[in-house]
Design a protein around this ligand. Structure first.
Ligand code: HAM
Length: 419
């Protein structure tokens, strides 16, 4: 399709087999793990009234620069979802399910970002949200679910970075202290960081620019501004992770890109892909968000993992490789196609992955197609076979050669060969 004038929009791509099947297996694996912990699937809409996402924070890039927003034909201000936590808390506020409310989700999100390797404008996330208790053990449960999922994928080079941003009062006091410090050191900061200082001082901590790194390393730490309650919450989370033997490092400069967080925040990074896009997941507590959406105050915690980036990490670590073949059997029929019509249907009903060729093609052309299909076995039906009441089974990949078997023992024979 090189010459086609139509192309997928920048930052999007077509997932074709085997990547499409890897994506599905990834979600299935995740669904298995989270449903064992009592999380039920939720499928929120892909767009919402823009106010829902404005709760992510006026100073965040997601709201200021990256929103896919538009006015619909009824004059409503709508945005494609840049993430799902806000939608889920909106759903909670709307339906008021009984608590605790534990849900999981999988699906695409949209952010108008600078597209590059590992950073897309449409990307998939899987995640969980748990509302209804501020017990630090729930933070630990949520982190552990993500960790066990990475383990189940076979990933070994994942780091868990942990922080607390305290209660909203702690956060406000800290932002004041931080802004005061950064204002004093303003001349040492990059121009970009000087601008960020005005819109969102916390984000300056996240700067990777050389001139900023020195300034940030001497900045006051959030951990020195935690109230006693926040401190004891954070300690309980750390103790819980230690009990489960989940390694972590406390990273006081960890700033998440969304504003709703209080108390615990965390991010998963990988050593196996480019440092610029090394965040393969993240999450935290958002105890104030439900009230902001008009529900009674309800604490909540959750995470989302980037499917696209996590699969890139799997590729780099040579794990969760995905399916090897689409088909097991290819039916070759030189008698006009009636036989393959029937046998293909029977084999599919018996659970085999089977295809055939269409159009009255020569034996040679059909065998070529069988080979190209990746199937392990060709099941050949010619005039000879029909006369004798047999089919020929040919091993296309191994050493087993070919044999004629009676038509009534095909299923048993294939079960033995393919398991
Ligand atoms: P987030 O950190 O914005 O958090 O996104 C979570 C993950 O989604 C990232 O770590 C990354 O792997 C992936 N991701 C984000 N943007 C892109 C992109 N443009 N291209 C590819 N992957 C991307 C949230 O979305 C929060 N809702 C997480 C959460 C749930 N917090 C509490 N509950």
């Amino acid at each position: 399709m090189k010459d086609s004038v139509y192309r997928a929009p920048k930052g999007t791509r077509d997932l074709v087999w085997p990547d499409s099947e890897r994506r599905r297996s990834f979600i299935d694996l995740f669904a298995g793990i989270v449903s064992r912990a009592g999380y039920a699937e939720i499928v929120p809409p892909m767009f919402e009234h823009i106010e829902v996402f404005q709760r992510l924070g006026d100073g965040t890039d997601v709201v200021r620069k990256e929103m896919y927003d538009f006015e619909d034909k009824g004059g409503r201000n709508i945005a494609l979802r840049p993430e799902q936590t806000a939608s889920i808390v909106r759903a909670y506020a709307e339906h008021r399910p009984s608590l605790p409310w534990k849900v999981w989700y999988a699906g695409p999100n949209f952010r108008y970002e600078r597209a590059q390797k590992g950073r897309f404008r449409q990307f998939d996330q899987v995640g969980v949200e748990a509302l209804g208790t501020d017990d630090p053990h729930l933070d630990v449960e949520v982190i552990a679910i993500a960790w066990r999922f990475y383990e189940a994928l076979g990933l070994r080079q994942v780091n868990l970075l942990l922080n607390s941003v305290g209660t909203s009062q702690d956060r406000t006091r800290y932002i004041e202290a931080l802004s005061g410090y950064l204002e004093k050191r303003k001349d040492d900061l990059s121009t970009e960081a000087q601008e960020t200082l005005v819109s969102n001082p916390l984000r300056v901590l996240d700067s990777k620019r050389n001139e900023d790194i020195g300034v940030v390393s001497e900045a006051p730490s959030i951990l020195e501004h935690l109230s006693d309650d926040a401190n004891s919450h954070f300690n309980r989370v750390q103790e819980g992770l230690e009990k489960l033997k989940i390694p972590y490092s406390v990273e006081p400069n960890l700033v998440r890109g969304l504003d709703y967080y209080v108390q615990t925040t965390f991010e998963f990074t990988t050593e196996s892909i480019d440092a610029a896009q090394d965040a393969i997941g993240g999450g935290g507590r958002y105890d104030g968000l439900a009230a902001e959406m008009g529900a009674p105050a309800t604490p909540g915690v959750g995470f989302a993992l980037g499917l696209d980036r996590t699969l890139m990490a799997c590729e780099a670590e040579k794990t969760f490789i995905g399916p090897e073949q689409l088909l097991q059997i290819y039916v070759v029929d030189t008698t006009g196609g009636e036989n393959s019509l029937v046998i293909t249907d029977q084999l599919r009903q018996n659970g085999f992955k089977v295809d055939r060729s269409f159009g009255d093609r020569s034996m040679k052309a059909q065998m070529k197609a069988a080979d190209k299909s990746g199937a392990k076995i060709a099941l050949i039906i010619g005039e000879d076979e029909v006369e004798k009441g047999v089919v020929t089974i040919r091993d296309l990949r191994g050493e087993e050669g070919q044999e004629e078997i009676a038509s009534d023992s095909i299923i048993a024979n294939l079960e033995k060969r393919l398991g």
